[in-house]
Design a protein around this ligand. Structure first.
Ligand SMILES: Cc1cc2nc3c(=O)[nH]c(=O)nc-3n(C[C@H](O)[C@H](O)[C@H](O)COP(=O)(O)OP(=O)(O)OC[C@H]3O[C@@H](n4cnc5c(N)ncnc54)[C@H](O)[C@@H]3O)c2cc1C
Length: 484
């Protein structure tokens, strides 16, 4: 019997689990896939939006601005990389000045913190010398930043688990029943559990979960966004996150530096019907490139290391759907959390936990420890630090991923941590092994061996991302004597 069951291990679900651990509460998080951070939270632009974009008065506007203000503290407490690199919304036509003014006004109304002003072409080019010839002026948003979305989600989960929250993966929720005494019974692939309250943070499936218990139906249509990732070699091409002012030419695409030094080109926005269709398409990528070419005229396409897509949980109200469902007591929605959902997640998590606390009468947990340390990054260490790390643990002396300089010690720790990695992609998100230029060409075999050793399974059982995604088919020679 739990106080709270959270459905969905994205940034919102994991953030809510952590916030709930500030109280004396028995919390279980159920995640459908083989790992946390497998939905929208792993495939997005990683921007901490300033908060100028959402319509004043909406939940998006409110939680974006509140969430944005929480990232410095999260950086301190959870050791998650955050950079305040500013956002620039570029216009390509002086006739669009009024539209920029409107965004500025909207930002002021929403309470966007920090510097918020329109800059002219001269200042724009001084700040960003590579900006395209057509660029005319821009809205500068000082509160625009970037974060590592996987590390944030994992840090939330690790810290929640350190403080007592339980996590189950491969635990797809298939049914929710309300028992006679008012408790919720949650039926999942990992077992049936009971709780006093349920939090629905199921991303693109949050409508399905809501519709299991509430007559007030919600509909989420996935909106796919496709991207290119550009090699770290181009990390200094742009300093700010470069938006395009929405115009009659479309919403535009972004040039988005990441905290890891790569650059994202995208995303597109295409409504689709299949909640699992995460393909990238030639047409989508071509569109992303063409549109982004206005901001950066000579995008070095030879520097692309891979492509990916993410599905936004676009609801039919245009806003987040938050709070206790009217006709389902103690069932709390975090539904239709599309962009700016990553920026808003810390505030959504805090608010949702407060709602649950109030309704359940939970007490403060005096033992809550908000501190979580990141896995030490060999690539960021000085030579002296490297020597000390190797002396303490010789596995720091074994480089597994050459592109990103990730050591065996980091990979082992990523697996051993609370809510640790269970598959190759999980190791990748936690350490960056396989995220570099060769895209896991060299490190996969060793990562598989380490996963097998740490998890006590055969290399043949190791998967890329759970389910049937096994990487190895069998042994070429006698089992156990030769490599798989
Ligand atoms: C292309 C794109 C770009 C974006 N860019 C930005 C940006 O730059 N800045 C920003 O602020 N926001 C951005 N967003 C939005 C942001 O990524 C999301 O709002 C945020 O990640 C939502 O987190 P979540 O936890 O609600 O959902 P998710 O991360 O999708 O997590 C939901 C989880 O629920 C699980 N689940 C689903 N069904 C079940 C079930 N039945 N049982 C158990 N578990 C289940 C899923 O497997 C998943 O792990 C972007 C989104 C996309 C797709």
């Amino acid at each position: 019997m739990y106080d709270v069951i959270i459905i969905g291990g994205g940034v919102v679900g994991c953030g809510t689990a952590r916030e709930l651990m500030r109280r004396k509460a028995k919390v279980l998080l159920l995640e459908k896939t083989n790992d946390i951070c497998n939905g929208q939270s792993k495939a997005n632009t990683a921007i901490i939006h300033g908060g100028y974009d959402a319509k004043p008065g909406t939940l998006k506007a409110k939680f974006n601005v509140l969430g944005n203000a929480m990232f410095d503290q999260l950086h301190e407490e959870l050791d998650v990389p955050v950079q305040w690199n500013t956002s620039l919304v570029v216009s390509f036509d002086l006739g669009d000045h009024e539209a920029l003014e409107k965004l500025l006004d909207q930002g002021i109304q929403n309470g966007v913190r920090g510097e918020l002003r329109i800059i002219d072409e001269q200042e724009l080019r001084r700040r960003e010398p590579n900006v395209g010839r057509e660029a005319k002026e821009a809205l500068l948003v000082g509160a625009g930043g970037i974060v590592c979305p996987y590390e944030l989600t994992e840090a939330f989960a690790e810290n929640a688990a350190m403080n007592g929250a339980e996590f189950l993966r491969n635990a797809e929720v298939t049914r929710i029943n309300r028992l006679d005494d008012g408790r919720w019974q949650v039926v999942s692939a990992a077992g049936t559990f009971e709780a006093r309250a349920v939090v629905n943070a199921a991303g693109t499936y949050a409508d399905v979960i809501n519709n299991m218990v509430s007559a007030r139906k919600v509909h989420i249509r996935p909106r796919r966004g496709e991207y290119y990732i550009l090699d770290k070699k181009y990390k200094n091409a742009f300093h700010a996150t470069m938006f395009q002012l929405p115009s009659k030419m479309g919403k535009g695409t972004l040039i988005a530096p990441t905290v890891d030094g790569t650059v994202l080109i995208g995303p597109t926005a295409e409504d689709i019907d299949d909640k699992e269709d995460k393909r990238t398409t030639a047409a989508g990528l071509e569109k992303a490139l063409r549109q982004a070419g206005r901001t950066w005229e000579h995008i070095p396409t030879r520097g692309f290391i891979t492509t990916f897509s993410g599905l936004r949980a676009t609801g039919d109200t245009g806003d987040f759907i938050l709070g206790e469902a009217e006709d389902a007591p103690l069932f709390f929605n975090c539904c239709a959390i599309e962009s700016p959902g990553l920026s808003s997640a810390p505030a959504i998590a805090k608010w949702t936990a407060e709602q649950v606390t109030e309704r359940l009468g939970l007490e403060e947990n005096p033992n809550f420890d908000p501190i979580r340390k990141a896995i030490p990054k060999f690539r960021e260490m000085t030579n002296e630090e490297r020597q000390a790390a190797i002396a303490a643990d010789p596995d720091f002396g074994k480089i597994v991923c050459r592109c990103e300089t990730v050591t065996e010690a980091e990979i082992r720790e990523a697996i051993r941590r609370p809510v640790g990695a269970r598959d190759v992609d999980g190791v990748k998100r936690r350490t960056r092994a396989g995220m570099g230029r060769c895209q896991a060409g060299f490190c996969t075999p060793r990562t598989v061996e380490i996963l097998a050793e740490e998890l006590g399974i055969s290399p043949l059982e190791v998967t890329k991302f759970g389910g049937d995604s096994k990487l190895l088919q069998g042994y070429l020679f006698e089992e156990g004597k030769h490599h798989a």
